[in-house]
Design a protein around this ligand. Structure first.
Ligand SMILES: *[C@@H]1O[C@H](CO)[C@@H](O)[C@H](O)[C@H]1NC(C)=O
Ligand SMILES: *[C@@H]1O[C@H](CO)[C@@H](O)[C@H](O)[C@H]1NC(C)=O
Ligand SMILES: *[C@@H]1O[C@H](CO)[C@@H](O)[C@H](O)[C@H]1NC(C)=O
Length: 578
């Protein structure tokens, strides 16, 4: 469509460094100007590698095996000559693989990306000896030094060039003109393998004014099926793929950042970077090898979406409330390691041509929504409602869980629409504990959409409750208007159970039936004008009836110990005027 024209503009000839971006601080590295390298085709076999998702590398290897080599290479500090440097590095390397590894590690830890040189590339020398001496260069210098060091070490290596999706890349852009990046191929164990020491070394900030060494293992012998995500070689043989990818496919393909694979993520759906809403809705999913945590940002906010976590990934539904183009970013972090930052793993352009005004989410709704492996880990097992969205037509519902830990729990209701205070909103939720099962009975005060938030803390903790998760409650029925539950006092024990009356507002001048399960008490009463004892039935309930005539407030009280004279208030009801 014509609207895309701004996306197809040619980008500046910059060499993309990898973009590592952490949540809210998107960072990337720019690259170099490009000089076309003459690639000498070596008559080795170009083997294609199918990707079975089990390995991110083009050969089975455990990088742990390089621990000593890496530590050694990182410490070597020689600038006199490339030959001298290689000779020193090779002292610890026996196989070709080890030789390539020490060279790789040395370059990744000693050559700095030249953010200034990149801007006036004509004055730069990419001769390996100059790169070594200055300790900085752009992609071409990294790749050239790598090639020369391998040549000295006796390992076949190629300078490769092509287009890359690095710094400055915009989703959906086309690639024309000069190539913007350089990398290498090495010949090991009978096959070619790809690596990019520029992107292995680190990244740059947003404005490409500062380089930060941040080693990236991903670009060492990267599997060709993954390397093609952001590296398009000038000669398609160097894709090492069969069939090869066309430039148009490369342009249209989703960019999976190295973070995506490093996080154990396997696939995303849709696989195209541009998504369009259908009837106001867009949906996407991410598949992962093991549980991971996710976030999203739609034009910088986490609104208008419903994200649910799955054991092996996540699902996201989006309902933008305005037409237009949106940038959608998906962030992830491993399930263990709460101190880690979320990293951007995917970027989409979302095009919204129609809006579904019927789907809106309360502002208080947090992502992800609904129960998951994560809430299980926090102690909430066997949820009665697995879906993040709970529909209720009569404005009532009961949620239950089995608590795997000794937790105190709380819930609260939030809607954009009501003037309910936190205290009153709590009184629309009745909590019932039976052993390790917890029920939340909910009576909505009015129709609409609500966030039902659940909080918990260890019983032994004296501090605050922590937010655990939330559901989206939806009630379309305009008639709905449930009163509050009775007010409970601190003496109301967690394992008490109220059977009736559930409404906090009793009718005037009526006989009302009371039925409660109360543990470890001597006597129970209902009181207003007079005290009326409840009797303990055979099945363990305190029961009785009480006439509300002449009452404004009615209390339920207990005597905990028959020898004491102190009654404790446990519940309070109000009586209607009629
Ligand atoms: C690789 O690139 C470097 C730097 O531009 C150059 O010195 C070297 O000769 C190139 N190697 C080959 C085989 O073209
Ligand atoms: C607000 O509440 C009214 C009734 O109290 C209801 O009809 C309406 O749907 C609600 N709107 C929202 C946005 O919740
Ligand atoms: C008690 O309740 C009944 C109705 O349930 C009513 O008819 C009666 O007059 C009430 N008042 C008294 C003082 O019993």
């Amino acid at each position: 469509t014509g609207n895309d024209s701004n996306l197809s503009a040619t980008i500046h000839p910059i060499c993309g460094m990898q973009k590592i971006f952490l949540h809210s601080t998107a960072k990337a590295i720019p690259y170099a100007p490009w000089v076309n390298l003459t690639v000498l085709m070596v008559p080795f076999l170009f083997l294609a590698y199918p990707w079975d998702k089990s390995c991110l590398k083009s050969m089975r290897l455990d990088v742990q095996q390089f621990e000593k080599l890496d530590a050694y290479a990182a410490k070597v500090n020689i600038k006199s000559s490339v030959e001298e440097l290689v000779k020193t590095l090779l002292r610890v390397a026996r196989t070709d693989l080890e030789k390539v590894r020490v060279i790789w590690t040395w370059i990744c830890h000693h050559i700095e990306y030249d953010v200034l040189g990149f801007q006036n590339k004509d004055q730069q020398s990419y001769y390996p000896k100059d790169v070594l001496q200055s300790g900085k260069s752009i992609c071409e210098g990294y790749a050239g030094l790598f090639e020369q060091m391998c040549r000295i070490a006796g390992v076949h290596c190629m300078n490769l060039s092509g287009y890359s999706k690095g710094y400055g890349y915009r989703t959906g852009q086309t690639f024309t003109g000069d190539y913007d990046h350089a990398w290498n191929a090495v010949y090991l164990e009978g096959r070619w393998h790809l690596l990019d020491s520029t992107w292995g070394s680190g990244s740059v900030d947003d404005s490409c004014s500062k380089f930060i060494f941040r080693y990236n293992e991903f670009y060492f012998l990267t599997h060709p099926a993954l390397f093609i995500n952001n590296h398009f070689p000038d000669n398609s043989n160097w894709q090492l793929l069969k069939p090869t990818v066309t430039l148009e496919q490369f342009e249209n393909n989703m960019l999976y950042k190295s973070e995506f694979y490093k996080m154990g993520l396997l696939a995303a759906c849709p696989e195209t970077p541009i998504i369009r809403t259908v009837n106001g809705k867009a949906a996407l999913s991410v598949e992962s090898r093991s549980p991971a945590l996710f976030m999203f940002e739609l034009k910088g906010t986490e609104e208008h979406g419903l994200m649910t976590l799955k054991k092996n990934g996540m699902n996201l539904e989006l309902y933008p409330q305005k037409t237009g183009k949106y940038k959608l970013q998906i962030y992830a972090k491993p399930s263990r390691g709460s101190e880690e930052l979320y990293k951007c793993v995917l970027e989409y352009n979302l095009e919204c041509s129609s809006v579904d005004k019927n789907v809106f989410f309360p502002k208080e709704l947090h992502q992800p929504v609904g129960p998951s492996w994560f809430t299980e880990r926090q102690g909430f097992l066997k949820p009665s409602h697995r879906d993040p969205l709970i529909h209720t037509n009569d404005g009532r519902c009961t949620l239950s869980f089995i608590l795997s830990k000794d937790l105190s729990v709380l819930a609260s209701l939030h809607s954009d629409n009501s003037s309910l205070t936190e205290d009153v909103s709590r009184r629309h939720i009745l909590q019932i504990c039976r052993g390790n099962q917890i029920d939340f009975k909910i009576h909505l005060p009015h129709p609409g959409n609500f966030a039902l938030k659940i909080f918990a803390k260890k019983k032994s903790d004296t501090g605050n409750y922590n937010y655990v998760f939330n559901y989206l409650l939806s009630c379309p029925n305009a008639e709905v208007k449930w009163p509050v539950f009775p007010q409970s006092y601190s003496k109301w024990a967690e394992d008490y159970e109220l059977v009736e009356p559930l409404t906090g507002l009793l009718p005037a001048n009526r006989n009302v039936q009371f039925k409660l399960k109360l543990h470890g008490i001597a006597k129970a009463f209902v009181q207003c004008e007079k005290m009326c004892p409840l009797t303990l039935s055979k099945d363990g309930y305190w029961e009785g009836s009480y006439n509300t005539s002449g009452c404004r407030d009615v209390f339920v009280m207990v005597l905990e110990n028959a020898n004491h004279k102190f009654y404790s208030h446990i519940l309070k009801y109000e009586v209607g005027t009629h």
